[in-house]
Every structure is written in structure tokens, then in C-alpha cells.
Design a protein around this ligand. Structure first.
Ligand code: F6R
Length: 613
């Protein structure tokens, strides 16, 4: 949720830390700060507001030092003020730390520490850690940090520096992601690879319970009372350019336009495993196991949950296996019967969403095989799943998920195809036909992007309404949900997604000429039914935007009813249509938000990776 970066080496730390924070702002951006070790003291600079403000401040009054830690915050405990910004220090100012996660027993620890004479200056849970380390026994920083870990409950990733050992950073991972970056010029710690990628492509992921001691020359990892052998570094597959804007005005727009490539790569990485057996082996499954599953359940949050809803249509039709889709945050606490014969799919772009991770753990504890469908290589969900199907969407920086969503849909289609064939649920000719359709998707999405200008014009007409309704039926219903979510996130306009026929049971009351109604209406088996729903809205004076198939240019009835028609090329199999029909909805959200002056890459109150419950 928050972003952490640290560096110790032979170069000046502040510019490296500030650059790292810039790369991490999508994790949280309400305040930022640095602590730099210099000449036996810790210089701390922090402030509410964007990282750019902190950079300006440091430009005017430079900080110097070759080791330090930085943080960009998404507030949980305490308002997003300068005081509450990280790093936090102990009473003496000799310990500084940054933290991502939540300390669940912070109130009790704070009361104990206050009673024993510690002075707290902030409202954060993090500050208790600094005071605990101040009191902890131990010869060196790592011993003192180790002593504190036993007293703290919750999930956290932390990085700590102290005046007594200036070139050293101690990092701990317990529930929140932390990795180390290795390079000739020094050693890094970060909450994700984006922060360090411009310096190195070699990273070591910490596991829960790891305590790492980082110096300019490398690192050691301690578990329990001992030091463990060095772990083999993982190579980051994407280049530093992947996190640049590359000429686009915003990451969200860049990522919308990257969808053809993201989809192409996702198909290629699955098809590289020529035989479906190889593909299943990647999921840690055998064809026999795949034939014996009786049920599939999907757990996910937000946009990934919408992909799961579409996945239900795909998988039920292609594999004949009943599928249920759960919000991970609800599933983890619900009364649940044991799950023999159930395959669980945990869908997550970041691979770090706390609720999805806990849902995965719960499903495993109930005997389910968990397959992660994940974008971020080496992430916790990827590592803890029994098998993993990686998307190849590349790093997604814009807070609103776009290219990961369409890549998730493609992954679900590939999975449906593989399972359908292995189970004999898809006749070979139908399987080949679907495969051919799948391979056309990158080109169809590329052509769908051609509506960008048209949507930009449309956005001018609808950028200031009371709210939006998004309606669809069948596989287009979750597309409507996704369109509404995208708009809400980035434009702060209210939008509601609903099954088109269900709107008669309530939301139709919202229809007036100031509430645009977006219908997702590809040419599928429900098309004529959707036309009837469009009639119902039209009869009540609604302004209708129809997302329809290119082939429907001549469709007279729709032309008569809709105020605006946006045509996209639709695959001939209806199961694949969400991959193209969602594109104009992403663009609509983007352009409406831009016209309203919103910060689309950093919408208020949101963070990219939700690593707290
Ligand atoms: C919406 C969005 C969020 C995420 C959700 C799950 O645009 O980005 O709704 O989809 O927080 O995140 P992941 O997929 O990383 O588990």
C-alpha cells in the first residue's frame, strides 16, 4: 500500500531515494519522506503532498549521505499530515524507520511505551516500532529489530536505519512485500521492483519472517537465530523503460494503448508451452487432475473480481465445470464447507492484495488446489499459490487497472481452452475455432483503440452529468461493472453498473436527461433483449451511449435509439467480446476524468496495491 525504498552504497542516497519514490507513488501518494545517515546523525525530511514537493524541498536545501530510507504513504492510522509522514523516529532521534502495513496491537504497545516514559509525536501505528527498537536489547541494530518483531502483531514490511551503524539498513518482511536489489554500486531495499529497476535487474524477494541486513557490499538474511545461505537472485523480466511514460500524457492512457502487446505476450507465453500438458504442468496440474475437478471458485478484488465474473461465463461454457466467484474480502470470513474437488483461482494484478492472499490461504487450508493468475512475477500470491499462470502485461503503474484486466480475460480464455480440451468438453473443431479467435484479439484491440478521438469528443458532451448508468447482459454485464468502476475511480463521478434487464427493479428511477446510460451491446444471443432494454430507457428520456459491434454500423433500430454509438470490432464468439467492448469504456473514463481535471494516475484515496485488509 505504502511504498518503501532504501539504498546503501557509494553514491549519494537522496537522488536515488527520490527517484525510487517517484516510481512508487502509485502505491500511495498522500505524503513522502526520507531519512539519510550522515556523519553519525540522521537527517529527516518529510512532508504531506506529492513526492515532487519533497524533491523540490531537497533541491533547495540538499541532504547528503550514502545510505538512507524513503517512503510514500497511503494513510491508514492518522491523517495524511507532515507529522504523520514516514520516516518515524524514536525519542532520541537515533533510530528512523519506514513501514508498509498495519501494526494491529499498536494501541496497547503505545500505552505501555507511554507509561514507561516514551514521548509519541504522531498518530501512526508505525511510531511504536521506533520506540520499541529504542528500548530493545542487543549489540547491533539487527538484534534490536529482531527482539521487537516478537512483540508486534500484524502485517508489515519495514526498513530501519540507526546512527550507530551509518551504512547499514535492516529490513523485515512479515506480510507486506519487501525485496532487495543487488548492484555493483550498492544495495537496495524496496517494496517493489519498480523502485530499483533503473539501477539493477537482480532482486531477491524476502519471505515472511526474513530479516535482512543490508550494507554497501551486499546482504545477509537471518531467520530465527541463524543466518541463511544467500538466495539466488531473480531477474526482473521487464526493462526500466517499461515504467516510463514513453510520450503518453498519463500512465493510464499508455497502459490502455499497451493492451494489444500485453495480450499478445500473454497468449505467447502460454502457447510457448506447445502441448496443453506443458501448460498444465506450469499450473502444477496434470491432465488427470484437471479432469477430476468438480467445481471452480474464483477469489479476487475490484477489477480482478470483474475479470473473475467474466471468467465464470468463459469457464462454465468451455469446461462444463460449475464456477462461483467470490469477493476475496468476503470469502475469507464466510462459513465454508471443505472443498474437495475444487480448483481455486486467485486473480490479482499485483499479487499482493491482502484479502486475495488470505482467501488463497483459506482455500488451501480447506484442501483446494490454488492457481494464481497474477501479473507481478515473484509476488506473494504467485509464490504461495500451488501453481501460477503469469500474465505478461508488464508493470502496471496507473492506479486504475486496464491492461491487466484484458490480460486476465485472455488468461481465463486460455485456461478455459486448455481445460475444455483436456476434459473433452470442447470438441476439437470448436477448440481450434476459439484458438483462432483468441489469436486475433491483439489486432481487434488495436483497432478498438481507434475510437480514442471519438471518445474524447463524446467525453466533452458527458463530462459533467449527475451520474452514469452502465448496463449490459450476460458476459457484458461484468463489462458494465468494470466501466462504472473505471469512471468512478478516476473521475469521481457516481456510476452504477447493472444487469440491463434488472434495472427495471430500481435503478431505472435514476434515468433522466442528465444521467447518460451506457449500454454494452455486442451482437450476441442477448442482443435483441438488450435493444428492448434500450427502448425502456429511451422511453424515459435517457441519453443512450451504445458500445456495439463494428458490423452493426447499419443496424437501424440501434441507430434510431442511441444518441451515440461507438463501434468496436467484436470477435465472432461472444465469450471473447469483453476484451474489445471494455476498451471504449476505459477511454471514456480516462477522457472524462482528464476534462474534469482529475489526477487519473493517482486518484484520491486510492492506492495501486492494497496490502492491508
Ligand atoms: C481498479 C483496481 C482495483 C484492483 C483491486 C485488486 O482499477 O485497480 O480495483 O483491481 O485492488 O488488485 P489486484 O488485482 O492487484 O489484486
Amino acid at each position: 500500500m505504502c511504498g518503501i525504498v532504501g539504498y546503501t552504497g557509494r553514491r549519494e542516497a537522496p537522488p536515488i531515494l527520490l527517484e525510487g519514490l517517484q516510481r512508487l507513488v502509485y502505491r500511495g501518494y498522500d505524503s513522502a519522506g526520507l531519512a539519510v545517515s550522515s556523519n553519525g546523525t540522521l537527517a529527516i525530511r518529510k512532508m504531506a503532498g506529492p513526492v515532487e514537493d519533497l524533491s523540490q524541498d531537497i533541491l533547495q536545501t540538499p541532504l547528503r549521505g550514502v545510505a538512507g530510507i524513503g517512503h510514500t504513504r497511503w494513510a491508514t492510522h492518522g491523517a495524511p499530515t507532515t507529522l504523520n509522514a514516514h520516516p518515524h523516529t524514536d525519542c532520541s532521534g537515533r533510530i528512523a524507520l519506514v513501514h508498509n502495513g498495519i501494526i494491529e496491537n499498536a494501541d496497547r504497545l503505545r500505552a505501555e511505551l507511554s507509561a514507561s516514559g516514551h514521548t509519541f509525536r504522531t498518530d501512526t501505528d508505525t511510531e511504536v516500532l521506533a520506540h520499541l527498537i529504542e528500548d530493545a536489547p542487543g549489540e547491533c541494530l539487527e538484534d534490536r529489530v529482531r527482539a521487537v518483531i516478537g512483540r508486534v502483531k500484524g502485517s508489515y514490511g519495514i526498513a530501519v536505519v540507526g546512527t550507530a551503524e551509518p551504512g547499514k539498513i535492516v529490513a523485515v518482511r512479515q506480510g507486506s512485500p519487501v525485496l532487495l536489489g543487488l548492484s555493483e554500486g550498492g544495495t537496495f531495499v524496496a517494496s517493489d521492483a519498480a523502485a530499483v529497476r533503473s539501477h539493477t535487474d537482480e532482486v531477491v524477494y524476502l519471505l515472511d519472517g526474513d530479516l535482512a541486513v543490508i550494507t554497501a557490499d551486499g546482504y545477509q538474511i537471518r531467520r530465527g537465530n541463524g543466518t541463511i545461505p544467500l538466495r539466488r537472485p531473480t531477474r526482473v523480466a521487464w526493462s526500466a523503460d517499461a515504467v516510463e511514460l514513453a510520450g503518453f500524457e498519463r500512465y493510464m492512457l499508455k497502459e490502455i494503448f499497451e493492451q494489444p502487446d500485453a495480450i499478445r505476450r500473454t497468449i505467447a507465453s502460454w502457447s510457448a508451452r506447445n502441448e496443453s500438458e506443458d501448460a498444465l504442468a506450469q499450473c502444477n496440474l496434470t491432465p488427470l487432475e484437471c479432469r477430476t475437478f468438480e467445481r471452480i471458485q474464483i477469489v479476487a478484488c475490484g477489477t480482478s473480481w470483474h475479470a473473475g465474473l467474466i471468467g465464470r461465463y468463459i469457464l462454465e461454457e468451455m469446461t462444463g465445470i460449475p464456477v462461483q466467484v467470490e469477493y476475496a474480502s468476503e470469502y475469507r470470513y464466510k462459513c465454508q464447507l471443505p472443498l474437495p474437488g475444487t480448483l481455486t483461482l486467485a486473480i490479482s494484478q499485483s499479487g499482493e492484495t491482502a484479502d486475495t492472499l488470505e482467501a488463497l490461504r483459506r482455500a488451501q487450508s480447506e484442501g483446494s488446489h490454488v492457481l494464481g493468475i497474477v501479473n507481478t512475477v515473484g509476488s506473494t500470491i504467485a509464490r504461495e499459490s500451488d501453481g501460477v499462470m503469469y500474465l505478461a502485461a508488464g508493470p502496471e503503474i496507473g492506479v486504475a487497472s486496464t491492461k491487466a484486466f484484458t490480460s486476465q480475460l485472455v488468461a481465463l480464455l486460455l485456461l478455459g481452452l486448455t481445460f475444455g480440451e483436456a476434459r473433452g468438453a470442447l470438441a476439437p473443431p470448436r477448440a481450434r475455432e476459439l484458438e483462432g479467435e483468441l489469436r486475433k484479439l491483439p489486432e481487434l484491440v488495436r483497432r478498438s483503440l481507434e475510437v480514442d478521438r471519438e471518445i474524447k469528443e463524446l467525453a466533452k458532451i458527458v463530462s459533467n452529468p449527475r451520474g452514469f448508468l452502465y448496463l449490459g447482459r450476460g458476459v457484458s454485464f461484468p463489462v458494465a461493472l468494470e466501466g462504472a468502476l473505471k469512471l468512478k475511480e478516476v473521475s469521481y463521478l457516481h456510476a452504477e453498473g447493472y444487469p440491463a434487464a434488472e434495472m427495471k427493479h430500481g435503478p431505472i428511477a435514476l434515468v433522466d436527461d442528465d444521467t447518460p446510460v451506457v449500454f454494452v451491446a455486442p451482437r450476441d444471443g442477448l442482443y435483441r433483449k438488450v435493444l428492448a432494454n434500450i427502448q425502456e430507457v429511451k422511453a424515459r428520456g435517457g441519453r443512450i451511449i451504445a458500445i456495439c459491434a463494428e458490423e452493426d454500423e447499419e443496424e437501424m433500430e440501434l441507430a434510431r435509439l442511441a444518441d451515440h454509438r461507438v463501434h468496436v470490432p467484436c470477435p465472432s464468439d461472444p465469450l471473447l467480446t469483453p476484451v474489445t467492448t471494455v476498451v471504449p469504456l476505459q477511454l471514456l473514463a480516462y477522457h472524462v476524468a482528464m476534462l474534469r481535471g482529475c489526477n487519473v494516475d493517482r486518484p484520491r484515496n486510492l492506492a495501486k496495491s492494497v496490502t492491508v485488509e
